[in-house]
Design a protein around this ligand. Structure first.
Ligand code: HEC
Length: 145
């Protein structure tokens, strides 16, 4: 039901690619939606992704996915990183040993607050990366203010 109405809307409001919203748990089809942004307001999944990002990623990757001196901008990363590569780095972590610093991306594979909501986090960052969302706390669809 929800998925169908989202598909109907997709021509009007622009939807990225992947699946949290569709509710399918397995492989991602290329045209499955990842986020919904309607007149600057986001759906519940995208909003949850914003919150989870703030709790688990912000301290290294900076506010709004914009990057920091320690970790890269994820809004930039998602312009070239696939969904599979994105989830792979989060689940397994990564260590940059090529720079003089030793910057570590921790593995979140056993962190439920991240793994369970990885699609929501992806959706939020993808909306930022696609320049569908400005910086800051997004408003939810249905919020009047
Ligand atoms: C302790 C600091 C830290 C935290 C917390 C952290 N990261 Fe990272 N992350 C890094 C560093 C450092 C790198 C770069 C590693 C490298 O260069 O190999 C990185 C790399 C990445 C990459 C790869 C980017 C690219 O362009 O290849 C992704 C995706 C990513 N992080 C997502 C996340 C998400 C999502 C979260 C929150 C769930 C998160 N990170 C939390 C430090 C962190």
């Amino acid at each position: 039901m929800r998925y169908k109405s989202l598909l109907a809307l997709s021509g009007l409001i622009g939807i990225g690619a992947v699946s949290a919203i569709a509710g399918s748990s397995g492989a991602k089809a290329e045209n499955d939606p990842v986020y919904v942004v309607q007149e600057g307001h986001v759906d519940q999944h995208t909003f949850n992704g914003y919150r989870r990002y703030g709790e688990s990623c912000h301290r290294c990757h900076g506010p709004d996915g914009a990057g920091s001196s320690y970790a890269p901008s994820l809004t930039e990363s998602l312009k070239h990183l696939s969904y599979e590569d994105f989830t792979n780095v989060i689940v397994n972590g990564r260590q940059n040993v090529t720079k003089s610093q030793n910057n570590v991306m921790p593995a979140f594979g056993t962190t439920e607050d991240v793994v369970l909501y990885i699609d929501d986090i992806y959706g939020y960052l993808k909306a930022r990366s696609d320049e569908r969302l400005p910086r800051g706390r997004p408003k939810r669809i249905g919020d009047d203010s």
